[in-house]
Ligand binder design. Structure first.
Ligand code: UGA
Length: 440
């Protein structure tokens, strides 16, 4: 039997880490302190769009490889604790570390001497050092490591099984770190050992660079629209250079989700604290914000005033493959259209429940109740509408029967914020098809 591991936090990252290690034969104690999430984990009602993860979770549970608990005391006999708590954005763009510090204080009495406290959450540079100093002050011989996670929502388990790289920051000569290194070496994964601060910085710089690629291509898309060139072809052409690569060059309504926006903001805030302005990141965030107006601008070109018009909306989550609506550019667009007085018939394969919860908590439903309808299928959303707006790149939309769509959408107007179809084909089918950075 391999040694027992602990995982703190049962969100996307924590669950993928717990399941990923459990299926490699490590018994895992998964600690989840939120009552609602604990209930969801034990009853199996969570992350409906993460099919692989849910299936693998059920399997390791059945095999008795994972113990889900709300009691932090249950970590007493483990040597490695992977900390996967949320680090959301605070009011000023700073990172809110309250969950991390609460976790440290709760765990500390139960962590055995020589245990490794491994921070997987995204935390500002220097946080790991502060946590180490805290343990040192308590006289506790705990080793703090930074082991940032690079997995994507919707593909969490796949990314955990086959990561592009594993970055571990800490005292590389410490026996526990060498043991962890050996434990991972068995899986021949690309490994980079470095300092805690470098590891923390790598995580931020990676996400900020991905955000930069997206804002760059969206800025090019804006220019393509005015010059009559095609962003899809341009992206393909530049991406053929291996120094640039094809990934993250899909133009659209901008990036969102719980990571990219907050990490760009946090990095700028970390720069500000050092009196360093970061004009590239400021521009990345600004282009991203402005890009969300693309839908409204296109509709204005069609109709002038938007008040009273009725639209079908496909997609509310921040990207296809995830039910997450946090910082979703689609949600921003929807709220923008509601303010303009547009009536919306919404469809999303997995995101409607999360959107209802979000809007209830923000009072949006109360203010715009008469303007919103929820559809059970993409076809239901199309009844009596004047056009269709696509905001998320779900596979279901890419595979839709376009001939049927043409018959049930009398106006033929499609505003595609995710460039899912070929403009020439859509024109041939008789649609009035408007997409990002491409010829109409
Ligand atoms: C991102 C990173 O990709 C992961 O490596 C990282 O581990 C994760 O954040 C994190 O920090 O936890 P994720 O937030 O799941 O992963 O989403 P992405 O797949 O990166 O997409 C982010 C946003 O960019 C989405 O709104 C997506 O629609 C948009 N996007 C992506 C584009 O607009 N164009 C593209 O070409 C690619």
């Amino acid at each position: 039997m391999k040694q027992k591991l602990g995982v703190l936090g049962g969100g996307y990252v924590g669950l993928a880490v717990a399941v990923g290690f459990a299926e490699r034969g490590f018994p895992v104690v998964l600690v989840e302190s939120s009552k609602a999430r604990f209930k969801a984990l034990t009853q199996g009602s969570f992350f409906s769009s993460e099919g692989d993860l849910v299936q693998a979770f059920e399997k390791v549970k059945e095999d008795g490889m994972i113990h889900i608990t709300s009691r932090v005391e249950d970590i007493q006999d483990i040597s490695y604790l992977f900390v996967c708590v949320g680090t959301p954005e605070g009011d000023q763009g700073e990172t809110d570390l309250s969950y991390l510090w609460a976790a440290i204080e709760q765990c500390s009495p139960y962590l055995r001497e020589e245990a490794c406290f491994i921070i997987k959450s995204t935390v500002p540079v220097g946080t790991g050092d502060q946590v180490q100093a805290w343990f040192d002050k308590q006289g506790k011989a705990v080793q703090v490591l930074s082991y940032p996670e690079f997995l994507r929502e919707g593909k969490t388990l796949e990314d955990f099984r086959q990561p592009s790289r594993i970055v571990i920051g800490g005292d590389v000569n410490h026996p526990r770190v060498m043991e962890l290194r050996q434990l991972l070496a068995e899986y021949s994964l690309p490994l980079l050992l470095t300092s805690r601060r470098d590891a923390e910085m790598i995580k931020y710089a990676a996400n900020a660079f991905l955000a930069t690629k997206i804002s760059f291509i969206n800025q090019m898309a804006q220019l393509c629209e005015t010059l009559g060139t095609d962003i899809q072809t341009v992206a393909k052409g530049i991406g053929m250079d291996p120094r640039i690569g094809q990934a993250f060059l899909a133009a659209g309504i901008g990036y969102g989700g719980p990571c990219l926006p907050k990490d760009v903001a946090s990095l700028m805030e970390q720069g500000r604290k050092q009196d360093l302005e970061m004009p590239i990141l400021a521009a990345v965030a600004r282009v991203n914000h402005d890009q969300r107006r693309w839908v409204r601008n296109q509709l204005r070109k069609q109709w002038g005033q938007l008040k009273g018009h009725v639209l079908a909306i496909w997609g509310v989550t921040f990207k296809g493959g995830s039910e997450d609506v946090r910082e979703s550019p689609a949600v921003w667009v929807l709220e923008d259209l509601l303010k303009e007085g547009v009536h919306l018939q919404l469809y999303d394969p997995y995101g409607l429940e999360s959107l209802k919860e979000l809007w209830e908590s923000r009072g949006v439903l109360e203010s715009y109740a008469g303007q919103v309808q929820w559809a059970k299928t993409c076809w239901d959303s199309l009844e009596h509408v004047e056009g269709l707006v696509i905001l998320t790149d779900w596979q279901e939309f890419k595979e839709v029967d376009l001939h049927r769509l043409k018959t049930v959408l009398p106006s033929s107007l499609i505003i595609d914020g995710r460039n899912l179809f070929y403009p020439s084909m859509m024109k041939q089918l008789g649609f009035k098809y408007i997409s990002v950075g491409r010829k109409v």
